[in-house]
Write a protein that binds this ligand. Structure first.
Ligand SMILES: Nc1ncnc2c1ncn2[C@@H]1O[C@H](COP(=O)(O)OP(=O)(O)OP(=O)(O)O)[C@@H](O)[C@H]1O
Ligand SMILES: [Mg+2]
Length: 229
């Protein structure tokens, strides 16, 4: 039986028309991602990594090309459909945690649950346990280290049980020891929740957490290799 890829992109382009030139942020991306993969997307600054993630997340619209998610076309040019696609399928973790400062770790997760179906305090605590923060549930972001805040952000992104988790330089702000801790937590959480991931980074050393490494340069995929696990 043929199993369709979770994400399938064909000839995806994202051009920006500037007054003096056309910036080809994505210049014909062909990429298939299967369920369960942990893809590391590596590339120099300006190579199109964030643009690609934003297209996958339906935060941005490609200029040309075709892409589908679990067999359905990813919506474009229609804000409501893009939002509901994102809500139903995508978790997104950013470099600077983006936690609400007036809410505790637990409350940050409860809020996301509320926005995507309903509060579940037991589940929220379980997610914080999964990222090793059972002792910090009632702390405010300002009372936590960078690595702890990033783990809250990961727990929060898992709260709505996304099919695909996207991370943009999510360890860009952390020292190497904290990076290792955050990545190990992330791998464990994605394995136990069966979540597919695409992580963007400059950091080659994160390859060891991936099942596949895709390299991007000038909006083009320049290499794509499966990792030995
Ligand atoms: N809104 C925009 N208008 C014009 N050009 C843009 C815009 N956003 C991005 N670009 C250009 O598109 C290209 C890809 O940008 P992108 O943000 O995807 O790079 P990146 O790989 O994420 O880089 P970094 O590692 O620095 O975050 C760059 O040349 C950038 O200048
Ligand atoms: Mg970027």
């Amino acid at each position: 039986m043929m199993v369709a890829a979770m994400l399938s992109m064909k000839g995806i382009e994202r051009y920006y028309e500037m007054s003096s030139e056309t910036v080809k942020a994505l210049d014909g991306i062909n990429l298939e991602i299967e369920e369960g993969e942990r893809v590391l997307l590596l590339g120099p600054s300006g190579s199109g990594k964030t643009t690609l993630l934003n297209c996958i997340a339906a935060l941005d619209n490609p200029t040309a090309g075709e892409y589908s998610f679990n067999g359905n076309e990813v919506p474009r040019g229609h804000a409501e459909k893009m939002t509901s696609f994102r809500r139903d399928n995508i978790g997104y973790v950013f470099q600077f945690y983006n936690l609400l400062q007036d809410l505790t770790a637990l409350e940050n997760i409860l809020l996301i649950q509320e926005l995507s179906g309903g509060r579940d305090g037991g589940r929220a605590r379980e997610l914080l346990r999964l990222v090793g923060l059972e002792g910090e549930v009632d702390r405010f972001p300002a009372e936590m280290s960078g690595g702890q805040q990033q783990r809250v952000a990961i727990a929060r992104s898992l709260a709505k049980a996304p099919k695909l988790l996207l991370g943009d330089e999510l360890t860009g702000n952390l020292d190497s020891k904290t990076t290792a801790m955050v990545m190990e937590v992330l791998v464990k959480a994605c394995e136990s929740e069966n979540i597919t991931t695409v992580m963007v980074t400059h950091d080659e050393s994160l390859s060891k957490y991936a099942t596949r490494v895709v390299r991007l340069d000038s909006g083009i995929v320049t290499s794509d290799e499966k990792m030995d696990l």
